[in-house]
Design a protein around this ligand. Structure first.
Ligand code: PEP
Length: 259
């Protein structure tokens, strides 16, 4: 675990216009610098709406901020007649290093199945972006006790056909759907159970070295008050944070969970 740099990623979802985004990023940077945050020890990333990315890029690159940024989705295609879609090439050109793929809200409201998610993982890799691949079970699956099986199936679907060196470039986020935006957080043991199963599945798919190096995040109602115990789990290497990433103080406190 010590060899894996923890990653805190803030998924803003469809919140904050480009002016609000500029304010938040500036304030987040000031707050973290003021607290002498070691960005090499805990990586910090924001995931704004597409229309904010140019403003965020200008700030981050212009003022040499240590924050990373990325998109919340991308097209499986590279260009062409796909009205409303955004190519990974465009994201890469704007300085994005990450892109969320297969978020439960995309799976649920935009009917993204494992094949689409897999095509998007490949598109991200093709454009040099790190996919933040989301997997997670809904309440029904959890109540039936089938969460590990379900999540490992989603993972295999998303990574199918990739070479080990491609799998090594993916970050996985375990996000139980029943814990997203509900205030209902998985227990640290629940998070560990599934994150460890994810790592074992990656070991089978791509070997021990890739599995040991892969970052597996937890997401679902992460807050300053619960992040430390989740991060204390052996196979949890960071958090994908929705609601709490819209508050600078909360997100900065989450990034500084070690203090
Ligand atoms: C998310 O949507 O990725 C998420 C984890 O949301 P929240 O933190 O609000 O539960």
């Amino acid at each position: 675990k010590t060899a894996r740099t923890p990653l805190m990623a803030g998924n803003w979802k469809m919140n904050l216009d480009h002016l609000q985004a500029t304010h938040l990023v500036q304030k987040l940077d000031w707050t973290l610098r003021d607290a002498r945050h070691d960005f090499d020890a805990v990586e910090v990333v924001v995931l704004p709406p597409f229309t904010d990315l140019r403003s965020v890029q200008t700030l981050v690159q212009g003022d040499k901020l240590r924050l990373g940024f990325g998109g919340q989705d991308l097209s499986q295609h590279d260009d062409g007649a796909y009205t409303g879609e955004i190519s990974g090439a465009f994201l890469a050109k704007l300085g994005c290093t990450y892109v969320v793929v297969g978020h439960s809200e995309r799976r649920q409201y935009h009917a993204e199945d494992d094949d689409v998610v897999s095509a998007k993982v490949r598109a991200a890799l093709r454009h040099g972006l790190t996919p933040l691949l989301c997997v997670g079970e809904d309440l029904e699956v959890r109540q039936a006790g089938r969460q590990v099986e379900h999540v490992v199936d989603q993972l295999r679907g998303a990574l199918s056909g990739l070479e080990a060196d491609q799998v090594a470039r993916v970050v996985v986020a375990y996000e139980p759907v029943w814990a997203i935006g509900t205030g209902e957080v998985a227990t640290p043991q629940d998070a560990q159970e599934v994150c460890s199963a994810i790592r074992s599945a990656v070991r089978e798919l791509a070997g021990a070295e890739v599995a040991d190096g892969m970052r597996v995040l937890y997401g679902g109602s992460v807050k300053p008050g619960n992040v430390a115990e989740i991060m204390a789990q052996d196979d949890v290497d960071g958090a994908l944070v929705g609601g709490a990433s819209l508050s600078v103080d909360d997100f900065a406190a989450i990034c500084r969970y070690q203090q």
